[in-house]
Design a protein around this ligand. Structure first.
Ligand code: FAD
Length: 484
């Protein structure tokens, strides 16, 4: 019997998790912009939050999640996350996944705004890499399409039926399926300072918007406080787990930056730490992570240690790492229900590209990997409930133009987005940015023009949402009455 086809856009943990749970019964294709190892999932250092210890409960995890999210979260989505999470992780462990242990018990990390240690990690600070590699190794029956950039969702009679993609030579390829799952991650590359992988530039968000999907909460972008900062440039993340192991944020004179700012000091919610550091930097202060009190730093954080060595940071001598905040995670995204369904029949969204309401206005650390696992499982569960009905679709060509499009320089675009939609925002500047963005064309004749066009659409969506939210909430911080 002909199987139904599932097209998954994105090779991170959410896409791989959905593929794992679908591959026995469906023809699954995973399309990915770069190689399958290129994703934010591969970069995750801290780990996966889940109430697995004897002293923890899903209820406590729920309460920490909604407090960090400023109560803007959707209760049912958070409930699904924290209650289904532990069982889904246990199933992966039964299938062979391992997490770091100490004396026979999970070695659980502590991160910002968690009331107790609940972060499962593996390979020290390489959880994302180990988990993605583990999942990809299980995907024995998948059609992998690497170096294919999805540029457009194809619809027939208002139903999503496929995606148009461009390969490295900008040749068009089209993939049809009964179920189209966007698992294409967030938008970090809209900003010049980011923790995100190079392929993460808002493509899925813009494609979904163009197809008529509803997007919500786009103003809520999490800025991580501690990116490694050298000679005016950022070079990846220094995980919050380092502060969980007693590192402190200090100025050049050694004074503690977070003392007195929040009761949780260095482990305050990320929006608060990032905004405090940004103000310090605006005042001209250099900021460092002081790792004097972190025991066995190099053993616990092997990947961070390797990166510090690669950039020749003399951390062994100084016990200091220079840091700077940067764009990290999108809380908003394509609106979905608890199974990843969007408002377009046949189109689903899971992981960071989606907004099921899990994170509210600010994500609790390490809840994102849990979201990718839970919603990857849930979308597969839903698709399995659908009556199989493999179809033949009419061939639909891509709408493209041959005229040279008017598009901005990428670096200029990123800088304007950082200045306007970064950690603190001024409504009049946002309105100016929207006006400037409105001047550009949409084009998808090459990967380069498609990516720029997607960045512009995504920036417009953030700007429009940011203007509508007239009060500061969570990661959205408005500076009022400043006309500079
Ligand atoms: C440095 C770093 C550290 C982090 N640490 C943690 C942590 O410790 N714990 C935690 O919970 N979260 C962490 N996060 C967040 C978390 O890693 C991500 O939110 C999560 O991995 C997202 O998974 P995903 O499957 O939704 O998307 P991703 O893993 O980002 O994968 C998206 C995929 O889509 C592909 N793609 C994008 N556009 C297209 C296109 N147009 N066509 C085809 N393919 C496309 C990408 O190439 C990629 O393969 C971290 C993030 C970063 C950047």
């Amino acid at each position: 019997m002909t199987k139904e086809r599932v097209i998954i856009v994105g090779s991170g943990i959410s896409g791989c998790m959905a593929a794992l749970r679908l591959m026995a019964d469906y023809d699954v294709t995973i399309i990915t912009k770069g190689y399958k190892e290129e994703s934010n999932s591969m970069l995750a250092q801290g780990g996966v939050a889940a109430a697995v210890s004897k002293s923890d409960t899903p209820k406590k995890h729920f309460s920490d999640t909604i407090q960090a999210g400023c109560f803007h979260n959707k209760v049912l989505a958070v409930n699904q996350l924290v209650t289904c999470g532990p069982a889904i992780i246990q199933k992966l462990i039964d299938e062979g996944m391992t997490f770091d242990k100490k004396d026979g018990e999970f070695s659980l990390g502590l991160e910002g705004a968690h009331r107790l240690p609940r972060i499962l990690h593996t390979g020290g600070d390489q959880t994302g890499k180990y988990l993605t590699t583990f999942l990809q190794a299980q995907l024995t029956n998948i059609d992998w399409q690497e170096e294919q950039m999805a540029i457009e969702i194809i619809k027939h009679k208002e139903v999503a039926i496929g995606v148009h993609c461009l390969d490295k030579e900008n040749q068009l390829h089209t993939y049809y399926g009964e179920h189209i799952i966007l698992a294409s991650g967030g938008l970090g590359q809209l900003f010049p300072v980011t923790t995100n992988a190079p392929t993460i530039s808002g493509d899925g968000l813009a494609m979904a918007y163009r197809a008529g999907a509803k997007l919500t909460d786009m103003e809520f972008i999490q800025f991580h406080p501690t990116l490694l900062f050298l000679n005016g440039r950022c070079h990846g993340l220094i995980s919050e787990a380092v502060r969980g192991e007693d590192a402190r944020i200090v100025r050049a004179d050694g004074s503690a930056v977070m003392a007195g700012v929040h009761p949780l000091a260095d482990l305050a919610p990320r929006d608060i730490v990032a905004a405090t550091l940004f103000e310090e930097i605006e005042r001209g202060n250099a900021i460092f992570l002081d790792i004097t009190e972190v025991t066995h730093f190099e053993e616990r954080f092997p990947a961070i240690t390797a990166s510090l060595h690669a950039y020749q940071v003399p951390f062994r001598e100084t016990k200091r790492i220079p840091v700077h905040p940067g764009a990290h995670f999108l809380m908003g995204g394509i609106r979905t229900d608890l199974h990843g369904k969007t408002n377009i029949p046949g189109l689903y969204a899971i992981g960071e590209v989606a907004n099921a309401g899990v994170h509210g206005a600010n994500r609790l650390a390490s809840n994102s990997l849990l979201e990718t696992l839970v919603f990857g499982e849930k979308v597969a569960e839903y698709i399995h409930t659908q009556k199989p009905n493999p179809k033949k679709y009419p061939l639909i060509s891509r709408a493209s133009s041959t005229k040279t499009p008017h598009l901005p320089n990428k670096q200029l675009l990123q800088e304007k987005i950082w200045e306007t939609l970064g950690i603190t925002r001024k409504p009049e500047k946002i309105a100016e940015l929207l006006h400037w963005l409105g001047d550009f064309d949409y084009a998808n004749n090459t990967r380069e023009t498609a990516e720029l066009s997607h960045m512009i659409i995504t920036a417009k969506l953030i700007a429009e949402s940011a203007l509508k939210r007239t009060e500061s909430l969570g990661a959205h911080r408005i500076l009022k009455g400043v006309t500079k």
